[in-house]
Structure formats: structure tokens, C-alpha cells
Design a protein around this ligand. Structure first.
Ligand code: AQP
Length: 329
């Protein structure tokens, strides 16, 4: 019997992947694949719940595949695949939406409230039911742990509730998953507004650093990043959130401890600190982009095809059981 713990996670191709996506989620993944059975998806059907351009979506699916590979995810150990290639995801989403998921649950989702804003009735049904599709993504593979940033914790909680309700009604069918959230960098904030999460779909390009940003542009974004009042370098997320965010980015991309950085920058001001941080970001992006540029589109397509076959095999076995327990077989 396969006792290996299963890990599942994904990213939606809804924009240019940011260092927030990398620090909060993807950077954990390559470490996990040494110990666990890992499945990483490009969750493209989530990205059509908001306005998008089909050509951008097509391009981003391959871009994200290459980003996974450049981040050290090895297709020999991990399954990398495109969600829309395995139709069991949308089939299971329908079943879960009709059984374990309630409208009251979905109304509580902070991400829906943030994204819909004032127009709660004028957005797509898909934006509202997106967490049910996400629960299907996770539950389909008997996932035990989901490595995600802080903003997705609530959606994993919902997947847990849905699994428990379904198991209660139909008997033990799904593993109840848990979220794996990093201790540091679980929520990288916007560079232009430290009260807002850094997001790949933010209309202000200065608010985020994309993994594929031009190096000089990325350095300028760091130099322009808002800072709090005060002049010295100290870590105080409550009173100086902008600086705390920059320190977190420095620590995670530069492999340093925040405590150590605060010590090293004693007596220095924001200007020196930001100049050094810009260099740390530049060094990280240069190395990352070198790996990214060495991967061809054809290689990425082959990885997706081989991942599709493996994911499809697991998903169809699971769906056979689920169709039986709900009574359609
Ligand atoms: N700012 C962030 N800090 C840490 N982790 C983050 N994640 C996202 N933003 C940050 C994590 O990245 C993974 C992939 O995210 P997603 O594609 O599922 O969508 P999201 O959570 O909605 O991320 P974005 O960048 O804000 O996308 P858009 O703008 O399309 O909504 C997840 O694990 C997420 O937690």
C-alpha cells in the first residue's frame, strides 16, 4: 500500500507570477517533493472566472509550467499538469457543489468579497463557486496537505468542511486535507500599499515584482516601494508594515534571517537598505530567469502531457468510486 503523503497545490494563470506567489507557495514545493508524492497543477479554469484574454491565458499556462520547472520542481518526482486537461476536476466540483458545499459557506469567503467588491451580484457565478472547484482539485487526489500562502487558508478550510460533510453523508470517501502555510512570507504585501496583498492581477504594475520582470525595472520598483515613517531599520509589522514586508522579501530571497538583517543594518537608513534589497532581488531574478529561459515551450508541453496522463489515471479511479457512492453507478 502506498503510504506516501500526498501534496497538492496550484497557481491560476491570471497574471504574471509574482515574488509573492513564489515566496508564499512555490518555493515550498520543491522541498516537499523529496519526501512526498506531489501534484502541482496550473489551475486554468479558475482563471476564467474574471475578465481575461484567451491569448494571454494560453501563453501563461506554458509560462507557469516553465516557472514550476525553473523553481526546481522535477517532473520525474512530481506530477505537473493543466487542470482543464483532467475533466474530473469540473465533474467533482459539480458533485461537491450539490452535496457538501453550502451557499452560506461561499458567502463567507474573503477572496470573493474582495474580488467582487461592490458588484457582488454582477460578477460571474464561477467567481462565487471557485472555492468548490478548488475543493475538487484537492480532494480528487486524496491530498493530505496543501502548501499555500495565507490568503488561500480559508479555501482549504472549506475543502476540509466539504470533505467532512460528504464523508458524513456517503461514508468515508475523501481524505480531510490540511493547509501548509510558511512561517515567514505567507502574505507578501503590495509594494505600493502595505495593507494590501501583493497580487499578480493588480492593475498597478509597481505594486508587485513579477518573476519575469526586467531586472532594472524590478530594481526601480524596490527603490520606489512605499516606506513607513521612521528612519532606522527595525522589524515591526504592526507599526511599520511596509518595512516589515521589505525585510521579509530580503530574508526570503536573500536567504537571511530577519533578526540578523536588523542587526546588520543598525545605523543605516532606508536608502542603503533599499539599494541592497534591490541587488538581492536582482540577483535572485537573474538566476531564476536564466533557468527559465533554458526551458523551451516544447519541453513544457511534454511535461504537461506526461502529467496529464498520470493525473488522469489517479482522477478516473477516484471518480469511479465517487460515482458509485453517490448512486449514479
Ligand atoms: N502576496 C502573497 N504572499 C504569499 N503568498 C501568496 N500567494 C498569492 N499571493 C501571495 C499564494 O500563491 C499561490 C497561488 O495563488 P493563486 O494563483 O491561486 O491565486 P491568489 O491566491 O489569488 O494569488 P494572486 O497572486 O493574488 O492572484 P490573483 O491576483 O489572480 O487573485 C497560493 O498558494 C497563494 O496563497
Amino acid at each position: 500500500m502506498d503510504k506516501l503523503k500526498t501534496i497538492f497545490s496550484g497557481v491560476q494563470p491570471s497574471g504574471n507570477l509574482t515574488i509573492g506567489n513564489y515566496i508564499g507557495a512555490i518555493s515550498q514545493w520543491s522541498e516537499l517533493q523529496a519526501k512526498y508524492r506531489c501534484i502541482f497543477s496550473i489551475v486554468d479554469y479558475h482563471a476564467i472566472t474574471v475578465d481575461y484574454e484567451p491569448d494571454d491565458l494560453r501563453r501563461r499556462i506554458l509560462e507557469i509550467t516553465k516557472i514550476y520547472l525553473a523553481s526546481g520542481i522535477n517532473p520525474e518526482y512530481s506530477i505537473i499538469f493543466q487542470q482543464s486537461d483532467v475533466s474530473a476536476h469540473t465533474e467533482l466540483a459539480w458533485i461537491l457543489g450539490s452535496t457538501g458545499a453550502y451557499i452560506a459557506d461561499l458567502k463567507k469567503m474573503t477572496q470573493f468579497k474582495d474580488k467582487a467588491g461592490e458588484k457582488q451580484d454582477a460578477v460571474s457565478v464561477g467567481l462565487f463557486t471557485y472555492p468548490v472547484l478548488m475543493a475538487a482539485d484537492i480532494l480528487l487526489y486524496d491530498t493530505q496537505a496543501v502548501p499555500v500562502g495565507d490568503d488561500q487558508k480559508q479555501h482549504v478550510e472549506l475543502a476540509r468542511d466539504i470533505a467532512k460533510r460528504f464523508n458524513g453523508q456517503y461514508g468515508d470517501s475523501f481524505v480531510v486535507p490540511e493547509a501548509l502555510v510558511p512561517k515567514e512570507g505567507a502574505r507578501i504585501m503590495s509594494l505600493t500599499d502595505p495593507t494590501k496583498k501583493m497580487s499578480k492581477s493588480d492593475s498597478n504594475v509597481n505594486s508587485y515584482i513579477s518573476l519575469l520582470d526586467n531586472i532594472e525595472v524590478a530594481k526601480k520598483k524596490i527603490m520606489k516601494a512605499v516606506t513607513d515613517s521612521g528612519t532606522d531599520i527595525d522589524y515591526d509589522p504592526v507599526n511599520r508594515p511596509a518595512l516589515a514586508n521589505l525585510l521579509t522579501i530580503y530574508a526570503r530571497l536573500g536567504n537571511r534571517e530577519i533578526k540578523r538583517l536588523v542587526k546588520d543594518y543598525k545605523g543605516f537608513g532606508y536608502g542603503d537598505f533599499k539599494k541592497d534589497l534591490a541587488e538581492v532581488v536582482a540577483k535572485f531574478l537573474t538566476a531564476f530567469q536564466e533557468k527559465y529561459n533554458a526551458i523551451s515551450d516544447d519541453e513544457a508541453k511534454e511535461v504537461l502531457e506526461s502529467g496529464r496522463q498520470k493525473a488522469e489515471a489517479l482522477a478516473s479511479l477516484k471518480m469511479e468510486k465517487i460515482r458509485q457512492v453517490i448512486g449514479v453507478r
